[in-house]
Design a protein around this ligand. Structure first.
Ligand code: FAD
Length: 422
C-alpha cells in the first residue's frame, strides 16, 4: 500500500464501502484518474444485516461485479419469514430469484480490491476532515473543491476536479457542505442496532433449510437472522443476527450489557434457534439522516451519504450500487464538459431523488405498520403469502413501486418501468 498522497487526482472518492468502490471502479474503467481514500483499513467490520436483496444481485450483474461476489461463496436467500407477537407470514422472492447473505468485511474488501484491479488508486487509513466546494472559478473554469485529509499526524490539502462523497451514514462530505436536511445532522429515528456473528449449534449441516431470512418485531425490538455463509463439509454455517431497539426504551441496557440485550432478544423472538455468538457486537445508530440534495458544485454524494432512512427493509446495499451506477456517467460528463459540470451533477441529483423517494415512502409505511402491534398483527394474518411476496419483491428492488396498485386490486394506470443500466 502506497502512503504518498498524489498531488492532483481528477476524482477523489471518499469512502471504500460498496458505493465508493463501485463508483470509483466505474470511473476508472472510463479512463479517469481516481483516488479513493478510506479512514479504515480493510477488511473492516460494518454493522449491517448483510443481506443483498435480489435488486442488488441484479445490479452486481449489470456492473460486472457478480463474479467477484459469487467467488466469496455467499449464502443464497430465497425469501423472508416476518413475524410479530402472535402472527407471522412467509414468502419467497420467486422462482429462480434470490438474494445473497455475505459478511460485509468480505464483501467490501473484495469490491475494493476489484476497484484497485480496475485502476483505482486506494489509500487506506486516510480520513477526510473537511470539504469546501466554494473555491475560486468562473463559467469556463468551474470551482475545484478543496479537501483536507489526515494521514497519521499530517494534514494534506487536495484540489481534485470532482469529489464523490461515499462516506456513509455520518458523511463528513455532506456535513462540510451543509447538504444535510435542516442544515444539521438529525438525531431522529431514535433507534440503535447491535449486530453479532452467530454459528448454529448443529453446525448448519448441509441440507438444513436455512435459506430464508427471519425477521421478528415485538415490544419495540426488531430481530433479524440470516445466513451469511453456507455450511460446507467440516466448516459450520454462519449467520448475522441484528437487533434494532428504540434508544429511549433500551438505550441504557444496550450501553451497559449489549451481549445480554442481544441474547435476551434472541430468546424471546426466536426461541427455537440453537445458535451461539462468535463475534461482535457491532453497534450503530441512530439512522435517520436525510439530505436536502446530493450534489454541490464539484461534488456528488452516493450510497448512505446521499440520504438514509432506516435499515428495516434492507435496501441500503442496492441503493449504494444503484447510486454509483447513476453517478459515474454524470461525473464523467461533468469532467468532459466543464462549462456544464453543474448541470450534469444536478441531473444526477434529480434522477436519484426521483428513484429513491417513492421507495422511501413505502419504507415508511412498512415501518409504521410493523412498529404498531394493532396494525402489524392483523396485517400479518390477513396479508397472505401472495401479497407478502409482492411486498418483499418491491422492497427487494425487484418490482417497481407501481406494483402496489395490483396488490390493492386497482389496475396500474402507469406504464411499467424497469432499471436500465446508466
Ligand atoms: C443495523 C443495520 C442493518 C442493515 N442491514 C442491511 C441489509 O441487510 N441489507 C442492506 O442492503 N443494507 C443494510 N443496511 C444498510 C447498509 O449497511 C448501508 O446502506 C450500506 O453500507 C451503504 O454503503 P455505503 O458504501 O454508502 O457506506 P458504508 O458501507 O458505510 O461505507 C462508508 C465508508 O466510508 C468510510 N468513511 C467514513 N467517513 C470517512 C472519512 N471522514 N474519511 C474517509 N473515509 C470515511 C468508512 O470507513 C466506510 O468504509 C443496514 C444498516 C444498518 C445500520
Amino acid at each position: 500500500m502506497s502512503r504518498a498522497i498524489p498531488d492532483s487526482p481528477e476524482i477523489l472518492v471518499v469512502g471504500g464501502g460498496p458505493a465508493g468502490s463501485t463508483v470509483a471502479g466505474l470511473l476508472a474503467r472510463r479512463g479517469r484518474r481516481v483516488l479513493l481514500v478510506d479512514r479504515a483499513t480493510f477488511p473492516r467490520a460494518k454493522p449491517c444485516g448483510e443481506c443483498l436483496n435480489p435488486g442488488a444481485v441484479a445490479a452486481l450483474d449489470r456492473l460486472g461485479l457478480r463474479a467477484t461476489v459469487e467467488a466469496l461463496d455467499p449464502a443464497r436467500l430465497s425469501g423472508w419469514s416476518v413475524g410479530g407477537r402472535w402472527a407471522s407470514a412467509e414468502a419467497e422472492f420467486g422462482s429462480g430469484i434470490h438474494g445473497l447473505g455475505l459478511a460485509r468485511s468480505r464483501l467490501d474488501a473484495a469490491l475494493l480490491e476489484e476497484a484497485r484491479r480496475r485502476g483505482v488508486e486506494v489509500l487506506e487509513g486516510v480520513r477526510v476532515e473537511s470539504v469546501d466546494s466554494a473555491a475560486e472559478g468562473d463559467c469556463s473554469r468551474p470551482p475545484r473543491p478543496r479537501v483536507r485529509l489526515r494521514l497519521g499526524d499530517e494534514i494534506h490539502e487536495l484540489r481534485p476536479r470532482v469529489v464523490v462523497g461515499a462516506d456513509g451514514l455520518r458523511s463528513r462530505v455532506a456535513r462540510s457542505l451543509g447538504l444535510l436536511a435542516d442544515g444539521a445532522p438529525s438525531g431522529g429515528g431514535g433507534r440503535i442496532s447491535l449486530t453479532v456473528r452467530v454459528r448454529w449449534d448443529d453446525g448448519g449441516a448441509p441440507g438444513s433449510p436455512r435459506r430464508r431470512g427471519r425477521l421478528r418485531v415485538r415490544d419495540g425490538v426488531t430481530v433479524g437472522l440470516a445466513p451469511v455463509r453456507a455450511a460446507h463439509a467440516g466448516a459450520p454455517g454462519e449467520g448475522n443476527l441484528s437487533v434494532v431497539v428504540e434508544a429511549a426504551r433500551h438505550g441504557a441496557h444496550a450501553g451497559a450489557d449489549p451481549l445480554g440485550l442481544v441474547q435476551g432478544a434472541l430468546l424471546r423472538a426466536l426461541p427455537e434457534e440453537r445458535l451461539h455468538i462468535v463475534d461482535g457486537p457491532w453497534a450503530s445508530g441512530s439512522f435517520r439522516r436525510p439530505v436536502q440534495r446530493c450534489w454541490a458544485p464539484g461534488v456528488v454524494l452516493v450510497g448512505d451519504a446521499a440520504g438514509y432512512f432506516d435499515p428495516f427493509t434492507g435496501q441500503g446495499i442496492y441503493r449504494a450500487l444503484r447510486s454509483a451506477e447513476l453517478a459515474a456517467p454524470a461525473v464523467d460528463a461533468a469532467l468532459a464538459d466543464a462549462a456544464r459540470s453543474n448541470a450534469f451533477l444536478a441531473d444526477y441529483g434529480r434522477r436519484w431523488a426521483e428513484e429513491v423517494t417513492p421507495g422511501r415512502r413505502v419504507q415508511k409505511v412498512v415501518d409504521a405498520v410493523m412498529q404498531r402491534p394493532w396494525l402489524r398483527e392483523p396485517a400479518l394474518t390477513l396479508l397472505g403469502p401472495r401479497s407478502l411476496a409482492s411486498i418483499i419483491r418491491i422492497t427487494g428492488d425487484l418490482l417497481p413501486i407501481s406494483s402496489l396498485w395490483s396488490l390493492s386490486g386497482v389496475p396500474d394506470p402507469r406504464p411499467p418501468s424497469t432499471h436500465r443500466p446508466a
